[in-house]
Design a protein around this ligand. Sequence first.
Ligand code: PHE
Length: 342
Amino acid sequence: MGIREDLVRIGEEMRAQLNEATTSQQLDQIRVSVLGKKGALTALLRGMGQIPAEERPAMGQIINEKREELTALLDEKQQELKQKEKEIRLQKEALDITEPRDVPEIGAVHPNQLVLREVLDCFTGLGFDVVEGPEIELDHYNFELLNLPKNHPARDAQDTFYVDDNMVLRTHTSPVQARTMLSRKPPIRIVCPGRVFRADEIDATHSPVFHQIEGLVIDENVTMGDLKGTLDAFAKKLYGADITTRFRPSFFPFTEPSAEVDLTCFNCRGKGCRMCKGTGYIEVLGCGMVNPKVLEMCGIDSTKYSGFAFGIGLERITMLRYGIQDMRLMYEGDLRFLRQFR
Ligand code: PHE
């Protein structure tokens, strides 16, 4: 068998193999089997020693030409496979940026929080600072400094959760008043939102845990007129210009005089409806002029300064605002309820 025939055979075999090849790995194997150290073409070159010397240059040239031809074929096939592999990869990794995404569930702000934001906006707009205090409170701040000494009968009305002899779960936000008077100098203008606790029934209008927003103003010449003006501004800002306040005399040991304040029923705007039991008004807060005794206990000169305080029931005004009939809805976390406030 002559070298020329061998070359033709090697070329044809390789072409056949190339046609079958689908991966670069197979291509590498083919390259090695023909052009590698132990490849078919290399073997031919090695065998040159056996042909007559005068034929060697011509044969060498033919083999080298074949080598170049086959190398070019391999390179071409390699390009082709690379291109194919790239296409397959691009197809696999393709992202359809027009595909609609899964819309994530967005939570809702709790109605209490919605109303609280509005209330705080209103008071910060009037120059009040927002201050907070501890929920586990010393008896000293929750009662003593607010003119509710031990064995005072008004303590019973508070249905207190005692932690121990000296500590309670605060029954109102008023202890923050005492803390602030002790730590700041007048003029003082603060609102204190927070959670409060009372050993109460659980029903449509009562919960052992609820929220209040305390207000306190201390300065020279603060009068009950300032208190009424401030609460009027608050009522109108929150519920509209036609809403008014109605003061009814009341009693709190830490204010003198004291009042309970009703707002025009926002549901019927004063005409009388089921919500306000036909009265046209709804009770929303307690307030009064800070008792001079409390001022003195908290280190403020009651001959120079006077002030007012109020405590708003947050759940109350939230229920009014959104027509929520049952307070329990606000604590149960039922998504069907909460989603309505999205
Ligand atoms: N702390 C009182 C309560 O919880 C409300 C109040 C606050 C009354 C401030 C007067 C002044 O009932």
